[in-house]
Design a protein around this ligand. Structure first.
Ligand code: 26V
Length: 794
């Protein structure tokens, strides 16, 4: 072990700078320092990693495998430093070389291998699995290009390719010896009882490993990402004929499979490459899992007792048929037994009920790419129908393969991500399957890792908490409730308030420097940061902002509570309505921020290129958390938890985990508005509901009117007619119907914020009562109710 003879971090940095990167301190650029520090930290992580791996082998413990098309991990250096408790040492070591700690951290690219909530949840889970000491692997794809970079030109979103591997990356270990052939297409042959698949095309999946270290470095698991390569990377014959493009073609073709993350997180576009990616990830992961199982245990009938495979949404749902194919076709286990082994090994998390996001594949495409799997799916479907004669819904309907149904049938547990979402699963998409298998659906409400989302991102608040109740909260977040008595102490509450104010000053300074956007840190920092979607209703927020602006203009000398409306988030490149909302917010910001009559009371900013790093800046500085989705549509939300934990009360609907947040922090510390999920369903039946809501609320009518007449787009008055037309027409997401109550809640926020001490109390109760939203709690729930896995640290 390094422990006893561990060189100081300073020596270790210098050693790596010299011998790993061939630089002396005089000539090193920032990136060299970042890499040298990363390697110095990584060395210590590797020690924990080996120890964990050996312990897992020695104990023969059950292993958990988390299969996900997305891991939105962000930067890793600070995470490693914080978890190893090296912050002070790293700062002083760099200071000795006259390097600033924050500059070095900021040099690391943000790994955006995910779209939003689903990918970030996977990253929080990996960190919690390591903190808990549950033997686990994450399996994903090593996309060359993560989620696109967003900028604004004339207020409009412009997408550029993301290049996280453009700089050196410190955290991965290439494993050239770990490669599997993944086939596509071809045909199937029958030899008596046995069936063989003969793929027409093959690519190789190569492993790249990133260690994921838990709190205090007690344990580290592996994130294994697959990269596409050609089996015969270079066509020498073509090259010798002078056809250089053809010579390089096999490699280029194979690499496209892991080239880019699909940037659309709701609409399934039925793209062949996406299905290939899904099978590429799943096929490689299963081969790897079975190789490891075989080396250690052998008897495949014992698979469910030693292996738990979690499907992060339906994206890796092909795991069911693929596992059966291996067990049955390749290892000769009878079909029904193969199916039972697979089901007892697999479980599935559903992350959305939006019909447009439920994956299904055209059978022609599916059958062409995976001819054996589509046969197996039919056999699964028949077997399921035979075992459940009352069943009416097949997983093969309308010439489509329904991945949700397949996942449900092939999983021993299916979980929702909040209490409300789980109940809705039972009464909507999975109603019939739930009635057939009433014990299968379970709830595991999402959580967030407190190491990244409090300790690392909010050092001032973390410091105050640790000084008050000790360090116990870091891996036992419900200990935060011990803060409650302190809230009654006026001196302590002042300090809590000052932490928030300092965080706001820091954010204001950064916005000034980075974006030339200057704000008064005494305004309410009202923040909505998330992907753009109609159901998330950023347009409800901007409508209320516009109405509020008009009201201030009517009476500019009244005692308005100054407010900064902060937005950030990306729209899928093909989601034109969402892109219009971004443009409207930017256009409205330009007009409203320039209004001398109102701009000390109201400002708007849409910060570009929202990512994990930007969230880490914004969350600690927020006063108010906007969680305003149409009830029934947001499966859980996890940003909502980060804000509550960091002392930003929510203005929100009874949707997703908002419901549970409100239950925990107390109704008096939460600004509730809007219809319930049930009321939403009823309201949709009411004829002209939007028109009626507009007629009943002159503020709403006026806000829509100024948008329609082109106040924010004078050169092109009709620019937002698509938005106003939608809201005045079908208004499926009930923006108009919820407007008046949202307005009311926002005015309550204004009044409450005037009492700064009262506000600090509310914020502090949010912190003290958010401990339940740790992803450690969530993971322990999965271990107990779904995986039957044990911690090797307890
Ligand atoms: C769907 C698709 C389909 C097209 C290709 C790319 C792609 C990528 C992702 C998705 C599924 C999106 C579902 C999702 O992200 N759900 C979010 O999951 C969070 C974690 O459970 C939860 O907090 C959010 O409420 C939920 O919207």
């Amino acid at each position: 072990m390094l422990q006893l003879s561990t060189p100081s971090l300073r020596d270790s940095i210098l050693r790596h700078l010299t011998y790993s990167f061939g630089k002396d301190p005089e000539h090193a650029i920032l990136e060299d320092w970042r890499m040298a520090l990363s390697y110095a930290v990584r060395d210590r992580i590797v020690d924990a990693w080996f120890k964990a791996t050996h312990q897992t082998y020695e104990t023969g413990a059950k292993r958990v495998y988390y299969l996900s098309m997305e891991f939105l991990i962000g930067r890793l250096l600070e995470d490693g430093i914080v978890n190893l408790e090296l912050v002070e040492e790293a700062k002083s070591a760099l200071a000795e070389f006259s390097k600033d700690y924050n500059d070095v951290l900021a040099d690391e690219p943000d790994a955006a291998l995910g779209n939003g909530g689903l990918g970030r949840l996977a990253a929080c889970f990996l960190e919690s699995l390591s903190t808990i000491g549950c033997p686990a692997h994450g399996y994903g794809i090593r996309y060359e290009h993560g989620l696109f970079r967003q900028s604004f030109v004339g207020g409009r979103q412009v997408e550029q390719p993301e290049l996280w591997l453009g700089q050196r990356h410190a955290w991965e270990f290439e494993r050239p010896e770990v490669r599997y052939r993944i086939g596509f297409g071809g045909h199937v042959t029958n030899h008596g009882e046995t069936v063989r698949w003969h793929p027409a095309e093959e690519v190789e999946a190569e492993a790249f490993d990133t260690p994921v270290v838990g709190w205090k470095g007690r344990w580290a698991n592996t994130l294994r990402l697959w990269s596409g390569r050609a089996i015969h990377p270079f066509d020498l014959a073509a090259f010798n004929h002078g056809d250089y493009a053809a010579a390089a073609a096999p490699e280029a073709l194979a690499r496209t499979i892991s080239r880019v993350l699909y940037p659309d997180d709701t609409t399934e576009q039925g793209k062949e490459l996406r299905l290939k990616q899904e099978y590429f990830l799943t096929g490689a992961a299963l081969r790897d899992i079975l190789r490891r199982f075989n080396n250690q245990f052998g008897d495949l009938r014992k698979l469910p007792s030693k292996v738990a495979i979690q499907l992060n949404d339906t994206h890796p749902a092909i795991a069911g048929p693929e596992l059966i194919r291996i067990l049955h076709d390749e290892r000769g286990i009878p079909f029904d037994e193969s199916m039972d082994i697979a089901r007892n090994t697999l479980s599935y998390t559903n992350h959305t009920l939006l019909p447009e996001a439920l994956e299904s594949w055209g059978e022609a495409l599916f059958g062409r790419l995976l001819p054996r799997h589509i046969q197996i799916i039919d056999q699964i479907d028949n077997e399921h129908a035979n075992r459940n004669p009352s069943r009416t819904q097949s997983m093969r309907a309308d010439h489509q393969v329904k991945m949700g149904q397949l996942s449900f049938v092939m999983a021993h547990k299916v979980n929702g991500v909040s209490a409300l979402h789980t109940e809705l699963m039972k009464t909507t998409v999975f109603e019939e399957l739930h009635n057939l298998h009433p014990d299968r659906i379970v709830n595991q409400t999402n959580g967030v890792t407190p190491r990244r989302w409090l300790l690392a991102c909010n050092p001032r608040l973390a410091g105050l908490i640790t000084e008050s109740i000790g360090e116990v909260w870091v891996d036992d977040l419900e200990q935060l409730e011990k803060l409650e008595p302190y809230i009654e102490d006026a001196g302590w509450l002042d300090r809590y308030g000052k932490v928030k104010r300092d965080n706001k000053v820091e954010l204001s300074n950064w916005m000034g420097q980075a974006h030339g956007f200057h704000v008064d840190p005494d305004m309410i920092f009202d923040v909505q940061i998330k992907r753009l979607h109609e159901y998330k209703r950023q347009h409800l927020n901007i409508l209320e902002t516009i109405a509020h602006w008009l009201e201030i203009r009517d009476n500019p000398d009244a005692d308005w509570t100054p407010r900064l409306k902060l937005f950030a988030g990306k729209a899928a490149p093909g989601y034109f309505f969402a892109k219009d909302i971004i443009r409207l917010i930017n256009d409205a910001a330009a007009v409203i921020n320039a209004d001398p009559l109102t701009n000390k009371y109201l400002k708007i900013a849409f910060l570009p290129n929202y990512n994990v790093t930007l969230a880490e800046r914004l969350v600690p500085a927020a006063d108010l958390s906007e969680q305003i989705s149409t009830a029934g549509k947001e499966a859980s939300g996890t940003g909502n938890m980060k804000f509550a934990l960091n002392g930003a009360p929510t203005v929100g609907t009874l949707d997703g985990a908002n419901v549970e947040i409100r239950d925990h922090v107390g109704a008096e510390n939460f600004f509730l508005f809007g219809m319930t999920a049930e009321e939403v369903m009823e309201r949709r039946m009411v004829e002209s509901h939007a028109q009626k809501a507009i007629a009943a609320d002159p503020r709403l009518a006026r806000a829509l009117e100024v948008i329609r007449e082109g106040r924010f787009s004078p050169a092109e008055p009709e620019r937002y007619h698509n938005i106003t037309g939608n809201l005045e027409g079908a208004d499926y997401f009930l923006v108009c119907s919820d407007f008046s109550d949202y307005w009311r809640a926002q005015r309550e926020v204004d009044a409450a914020f005037k009492d700064q001490q009262g506000w600090a109390r509310m914020a502090a109760f949010n912190t003290a009562r958010s401990g339940w939203f740790s992803s450690d709690r969530t993971i322990r729930g999965y271990m107990k109710d779904i995986w039957d896995a044990k911690s090797l640290l307890d």
